[in-house]
Design a protein around this ligand. Structure first.
Ligand SMILES: Nc1ncnc2c1ncn2[C@@H]1O[C@H](COP(=O)(O)OP(=O)(O)OP(=O)(O)O)[C@@H](O)[C@H]1O
Ligand SMILES: [Mg+2]
Length: 373
């Protein structure tokens, strides 16, 4: 159900004329109106469809409104369904109490005031829509948090493997050569060769530590900002993947932004490019970053196979933690994200407003152009 999707309103009355008049009153709400002329027929509808509001006559021949409400309330699925009683006879407070105890949420007496009926029904219809949306969001949140845990686990496993198979092996080799040097009386030329080997192994180990720690958190980001960090990342990606990348960043003397904004932009572009690498089959990718007084606009475009409509509409079940995480970051920063087919390929486009507090204060601190990224 989307924010504008219709909800079902069930009207129960044994008199067809009354059903017609409720229908006339409620038709302008634009919801689905369903008529039932008896309690049993109402139950049949309730079991088949999701009903937001039940509007029912208190006195009906076979099953009166109070009895019907009691049956409805006993079913766990209908515990929160709104029930509005309409009563032609004057109700005492005791009658009302009886109704409330059976799950009524409101009463209207005949003659029904059209505006009042419309207002009450529309409030409960809206409440139902909101509850449903909240439930969907909660479900999505649960799904995301469990896949986040899986992603974290995978990441840890990857780091552990990298430490063990990469760095661990280099260090073990160094230890072995060192043991050899210490235990045996070796001729100086062999010792020299062993030292050179150790030196090369240590270089490789340093390189590994550096690239691992850079991937976990790019130090360039803190030191000289987004431009250099992005350039460093794009170069690495091109080398690893063979995808040709280019970046256009405006203005050329790109200013420093708030640290959390810089990190968010870096992570968003990193995720979008990881998707290009993993899913697009592209040969080229273009990144643009443009800052104006009020906004930062980003785009990551590729010439790959493009995306389905489900993904461009961010439909639950089609997108993974990657896109959901990007959207979440953008949303937290008050921005907007779109994904579309750029024929060929995919374009991810994002606009993030610059916080008012940092608009003029930070824009003076120009970021120095990188010498060697
Ligand atoms: N640039 C792209 N080109 C083609 N398909 C894409 C592109 N970006 C995303 N997709 C599609 O969108 C889907 C969802 O992407 P998302 O990043 O949310 O999840 P994922 O990459 O599958 O997994 P992860 O949660 O690990 O990121 C991908 O599985 C892929 O089918
Ligand atoms: Mg992804």
């Amino acid at each position: 159900m989307s924010a504008h999707e219709k909800v079902n309103i069930l009207m129960v009355d044994d008199q067809p004329a009354k059903l017609l008049s409720y229908e006339a009153i409620l038709s302008e709400l634009g919801e689905n109106l369903i008529k039932a002329s008896s309690g049993r027929e109402a139950l049949e509808h309730l079991l088949k469809i999701d009903v937001a509001v039940v509007l029912m006559d208190v006195s009906m021949p076979d099953l009166d409104g109070f009895e019907l409400a009691e049956i409805i309330r006993q079913h766990p699925r209908f515990q929160k369904t709104a029930i509005i009683f309409i009563s032609a006879v004057h109700l005492t407070d005791l009658d009302r109490l009886k109704g409330y105890q059976r799950g009524a949420v409101d009463y209207l007496s005949v003659p029904v005031v059209p505006e009042l009926l419309r207002a009450k029904v529309s409030i409960f219809a809206e409440l139902h829509r909101k509850t449903w949306q909240l439930e969907m969001l909660n479900r999505e949140l649960r799904r995301l948090s469990s896949s986040l845990i899986v992603t974290q686990d995978e990441e840890r496993r990857r780091i552990a493997r990298e430490l063990h198979d990469g760095l661990g092996q280099e260090l073990a080799a160094i230890k072995m050569i060192m043991d050899g040097i210490l235990q045996q009386r070796q001729p100086p030329e062999l010792k020299d060769r062993a030292a050179a080997e150790i030196n090369a192994l240590i270089d490789r180990a340093i390189q590994q530590v550096r690239s691992m720690s850079h991937l976990l958190h790019p130090p360039l980001l803190d030191e000289i900002g987004l431009y250099s960090a992005l350039q460093w990342y794009l170069e690495g990606l091109s080398k690893r993947s063979g995808i040709e990348t280019s970046m256009d960043i405006q203005p050329a003397d790109f200013p420093r932004l708030q640290p959390d904004l810089e990190t968010a932009i870096f992570r968003i572009i990193q995720e979008a490019l990881t998707n290009v690498f993993r899913h697009s089959g592209a040969a080229k990718a273009w990144v643009t970053v443009e800052k104006t007084e009020m906004h930062v606009s980003l785009s990551v475009r590729d010439d790959g196979k493009g995306i389905s409509e489900h993904i461009s509409q961010f439909q639950i079940g089609s997108i993974g933690v990657g896109i959901a995480g990007m959207r979440q970051r953008v949303k937290e920063l008050g921005g907007d994200m779109r994904m579309r087919n750029s024929r060929p390929g995919t374009a991810v486009e994002i606009v993030i407003p610059i916080p008012v507090s940092s608009r003029s204060a930070l824009s003076n601190v120009a970021q120095s152009a990188p010498q060697n990224a």
